[in-house]
Design a protein around this ligand. Structure first.
Ligand code: FES
Length: 107
């Protein structure tokens, strides 16, 4: 599937993401090195750090947030109504064309 990802510098990247490798959005961002090493995916995708927070810009219907994702986002900085944790968004065919913007790094 094709994704549009706006990095933390505001640069738009159009990337291909596989749907058959059980990858999540955080891993896609890392595989294309769209955020510096160590600033995204810090907890390894456990919904425990919010370093993978992104804003969903397209109107794709994403699966509901888990309780863990809700809890993490309630504590994170820079949270907006359209915030999601990238590590909780798994690549599926219906996400073709998804557009997201990476939230600022917390540091
Ligand atoms: Fe830590 Fe997503 S990588 S919450």
């Amino acid at each position: 599937i094709k994704l549009k990802i706006i990095d933390r510098e505001g640069v738009l990247h159009e990337v291909d993401a596989p749907t058959d490798m059980n990858m999540n959005l955080m891993e896609v961002v890392r595989s294309y090195e769209l955020a510096p090493e160590g600033t995204i995916g810090i907890c390894g995708g456990m919904a425990m750090c919010a370093s993978c927070q992104c804003y969903v810009l397209s109107d794709h219907q994403l699966p509901e947030k888990s309780d863990d994702e809700e809890a993490m986002l309630s504590e994170a900085f820079f949270v907006k109504d359209n915030s999601r944790l990238g590590c909780q968004i798994h690549m599926t065919d219906d996400l073709d064309g998804l557009e997201v913007e990476l939230a600022p790094a917390e540091d």
